[in-house]
Write a protein that binds this ligand. Structure first.
Ligand code: ADP
Length: 878
């Protein structure tokens, strides 16, 4: 299209759109935001808007869709939730005074990762945007230096102001991102970072590679926090890649918020090794924060533990669950605090009650800092801060001489002056927006008080004027009134017109009389009318000042918020522990994991109390591997997951569902769950299964806990059992980790004869007639059969099918075992792995064994050989 034929308005649109290519541009036109071209098409599709068109001066029709400004928030929300960016372009000059086309500017871009509106946020989780940078780091000595790739991640939640810098290695990017679950990820265009498939729901935003430049980033980050160098933030050379990422992130945030970046708290530096990385599959398989069924919270560990009273507590608990600790001291510190709240019900109740009055200080403070609070939100911040002394009092009764609670108390800060300022300046129940109802309390500002008196007194004054004028004119029916067109007026009925004084000026004739004004009345009017406007302006000014008082303290308020969040979580864990009958685990630095009467924290709650069968379990150095067999529905998966959950709960500092537990700190928990249970991710399920298994074998160490629920089921039986066999050997011999392997391959139970630290267990069932009873109890030894047919019967397979299956099974077992009839197969000699598939000699082998070569003529030998070869070929074909 040639620019010549384009209207000036569309010309302006194009210029702005050119700068916001990857956003949907909401172009303000009067009472509507209009979208054009592809934006209009996308919006009409996603939002169900009617697509129309607009004549663009030339012959070309421009596709157009619009939303009313009043309803815009909802449309923005829907677009952003679907992963779009929305650029809001406003008219930035008064259309009445504009010459030519009204000037317009994009004032803000909302994206999934950068949103402030409550309806785009979930109170119980952070809304992180992450920038990911890579750098090569040289290790080793001068000559044969090797370069390894390190990954820097900068994560920001603009809704809370939290910023984190993390340096990690490429393998741990997946668990890291799984933990932060960012809605948006920035990467350098052309970079080799491959984001984990698990992050497919995040919006990926490519930025120019130079934006990740390290030295530029260092300056930029320092400038953002008003510092000369980054040392003050505790950032050192090792954190370089994270700083690069932060540079790119800040630049992007500024671009989205041209009016000024929201206040961000100083970054916290997360070093590697502090947390247990949890990969996506483990996070999902253990159903930590999302259920496998529908991705919701129901049925997750989080749903059992989350009795938090504040949103920041809920967010922190989620963070803790996704980042278990690996240092015994750090774990003990949390457990000590939980134990304190467990043993003192009084201080726990006091704490829970006090914290209940605290709202989302973190987001309220971030809103204040970003100049986005409503009067109601600012007051809520004030009220929440005012509730803190009660929290401190509760803490005082709980805290011991030392420990985490004492540390929180020692650095206690109420921001009491901020609290009292906000509560003094704002009325107790301010309106949503500054306007009709008062926001600023009386007695705060002289000017405001005077204006209010004038406004309110103004009404009295009108009554007074009316009385005076009646007295002066002797007209008893004289009325002072008001209308929009003429303002205040004096109304005289027709019969009294003769008594009107000369200083009355006629303004309007009505059927019943005339309306007049006087100079005195006009003067009043002026003052009264402007009073309302001036009150609003003054309120706005004072409100901004109050908001700034809180906004300035963002760092402090964030620290306070973190302390409250921690107290909330610690007391919540105590609350849950006492309610659910958990015990404090003993944390040790050595290898052993020993659980007495362990339960599954989620499954046990789905059944009546005490109906869940607890189980003991030991994984110790010389018995570190368990092969778990038993029929479907016996409870293998439940036991498997409960081991992982108990270890994980212990390492986040929670008590655990058991009557006693000793947990040797594990560095990683890995889980892999049968292909059939898994969500298909576009790869063949067997491929997914092998990829996941491979990841475990490459990453697990002797300090890891590996939980396998079936391996190799996605392929032919012999393939599958061979892989499962080899994996088991590898884990036992090469890695030496704690392993529980639930499987249907009974063949694997034979491995206990070969692998010294392997134990067989099964989940007991009892046969009653031809029925089976699930006992859900772990017992030593392998299961001898699968009871698949019995389970099929329970599931309602037709009796004819069941009975036919029994016949076939009997036949198969007969053939397989050479008619031995014994369901338990003979043990395999360790050297002869073929034996694992049954040791019945084949007829050909039988025949060979009978051959007496010495007693044969060459011809006989040849004939025998030919016969055997023919039989072998036929066997191969059949
Ligand atoms: P499997 O993995 O052996 O097929 P699951 O672990 O899925 O079996 O358990 C099947 C069902 O049995 C569970 O949904 C649960 O209702 C019940 N169950 C499992 N373990 C127990 C237990 N220890 N006590 C009581 N019920 C249990």
């Amino acid at each position: 299209m040639t620019t010549v034929s384009v209207t000036p308005l569309m010309q302006q649109y194009r210029e702005i759109k050119a700068r916001h290519q990857n956003a949907i541009l909401f172009f303000r036109m009067g009472e509507f935001y209009e979208m054009f071209y592809e934006d209009a098409e996308t919006a009409s599709r996603v939002l169900g808007l009617t697509l129309t068109s607009r004549n663009n001066g030339a012959a070309a029709e421009v596709p157009l869709a619009g939303v009313p400004v009043k309803a815009a928030n909802d449309y923005v929300r829907r677009l952003v939730q679907r992963g779009f960016r929305v650029a809001i372009c406003e008219q930035v000059e008064d259309p009445k005074v504009a010459k030519g086309v009204v000037r317009r500017e994009v004032i803000e871009t909302v994206t999934p990762g950068v949103a402030f509106a409550d309806d785009l946020l979930d109170g119980s989780r952070n809304n992180f945007i992450c920038a990911v940078a890579t750098a090569e780091q040289r290790d080793g000595v001068a000559k044969n230096e090797t370069a390894s790739v390190v990954v820097g991640v900068a994560a920001a939640d603009v809704s809370t102001g939290e910023v984190r810098l993390i340096v990690t290695n490429p393998e741990e990017l997946d668990p890291l991102l799984a933990r932060l679950s960012p809605r948006e990820v920035l990467v350098a265009a052309g970079s080799r970072i491959s984001l984990p498939a698990s992050r497919s729901e995040a919006l990926v935003t490519e930025r120019d590679a130079w934006e990740f430049d390290a030295s530029m980033a260092r300056e930029d980050v320092a400038r953002q926090y008003g510092l000369l160098s980054l040392d003050g933030l505790g950032i050192d050379a090792m954190d370089g890649p994270a700083v690069s990422a932060a540079g790119a992130l800040l630049r992007y945030l500024r671009e989205l918020q041209p009016a000024g970046l929201p206040q961000l708290a100083r970054p916290t530096i997360e070093r590697r090794g502090g947390f247990m990385p949890l990969d996506e599959m483990t996070r999902r398989n253990l159903e930590l924060v999302e259920s496998l069924r529908d991705g919701g919270v129901d049925g997750t560990l989080l749903s059992v533990l989350d009795r938090t009273a504040t949103p920041m507590g809920a967010r922190l608990l989620r963070q803790w669950i996704l980042a278990p600790l690996v240092s015994r001291e750090a774990i003990e510190a949390r457990l000590d605090a939980v134990a304190t709240f467990c043993s003192s019900v009084v201080s726990r109740d006091a704490m829970r009650e006090a914290i209940d009055d605290v709202r989302d200080v973190e987001r309220l403070a971030a809103k204040a800092a970003a100049s986005r609070s409503t009067p109601r939100e600012l007051r809520a911040l004030g009220d929440s801060l005012a509730a803190l002394p009660a929290v401190a009092a509760a803490l005082e009764t709980a805290a011991a001489e030392t420990g985490r609670l004492r540390a929180i108390l020692d650095s206690w800060d109420d921001a009491s002056e901020v609290a009292s300022h906000l509560c003094r300046v704002l009325v107790a129940r301010p309106p949503l927006a500054i306007g009709d109802d008062a926001t600023i309390a009386a007695g705060v500002d002289r000017e405001l008080d005077e204006l209010r008196e004038l406004r309110d007194g103004g009404r009295d004054a009108i009554a007074r004027i009316q009385a005076e004028e009646r007295a002066r004119t002797g007209i008893a029916s004289l009325k002072v009134g008001f209308n929009k067109v003429f303002g205040y007026y004096i109304e005289i009925t027709n019969s009294n017109l003769t008594a009107v004084p000369p200083d009355y000026q006629r303004r309007q004739t009505i059927t019943s009389g005339e309306r007049f004004v006087t100079p005195a009345l006009k003067q009043y009017e002026e003052r009264v009318l402007t009073a309302a406007e001036r009150i609003e302006a003054r309120e706005r000014e004072l409100f901004e000042q109050a908001r700034a008082v809180a906004g300035r303290e963002i760092n402090r308020l964030q620290r306070i918020s973190r302390a409250i969040a921690e107290l909330d979580v610690l007391s919540t864990l105590a609350e849950v522990a006492s309610r659910e009958g958990y015990v404090r685990p003993t944390i040790v630095d050595d290898f052993d994991l020993e659980i007495v009467a362990g339960r599954h924290p989620v499954v046990e709650r789905m059944m009546p109390r005490d109906k869940f069968i607890p189980n003991d379990l030991e994984l110790v150095a010389d018995a570190r591997m368990i092969i778990l067999t038993g029929p479907n529905m016996a409870g293998k998966s439940t036991v498997l997951r409960q081991i992982g959950l108990i270890a994980l709960m212990a390492q986040i500092g929670s008590f655990v569902p058991a009557s006693a537990a000793q947990v040797g700190v594990v560095d990683r928990i890995f889980t892999r769950v049968g292909a059939s249970d898994n969500l298909v991710r576009g790869q063949s399920t067997f491929m997914v299964e092998m990829t996941e298994t491979s990841a475990i074998l490459h990453t697990a160490t002797s300090r890891s806990l590996v939980l396998l629920d079936e391996i190799g089921r996605g392929t032919a039986t012999y393939d599958g059992v061979s892989i499962a066999w080899a994996v088991t050997e590898h884990l036992h011999e090469k890695i030496g980790c704690k392993t529980v392997f639930a499987t249907h391959y009974h063949e694997l139970t034979q491995l206990s004869e070969q692998l010294s630290a392997l134990r067989n267990f099964n989940v007991a069932v009892r046969e009653v007639g031809d029925q089976i009873l699930f006992l859900h109890r772990l017992q030593p030894g392998g299961a001898d059969r699968s009871y698949g047919i019995e389970v099929g019967r329970l599931a309602g397979l037709p009796p004819a099918v069941i009975s036919r299956a029994r016949t076939i099974l009997a036949q198969l077992e007969g053939e397989h075992l050479g008619g031995g009839g014994d369901r338990r197969r003979p043990a395999a000699p360790a050297t002869d792995q073929l034996a694992l598939f049954g040791t019945a000699p084949h007829p050909i082998i039988d025949r060979l064994a009978e051959v007496d070569v010495n007693g044969m003529t060459p011809i006989e030998a040849l004939t025998t050989l030919a016969t055997l070869a023919e039989q072998a070929k036929q066997h191969g074909r059949s």
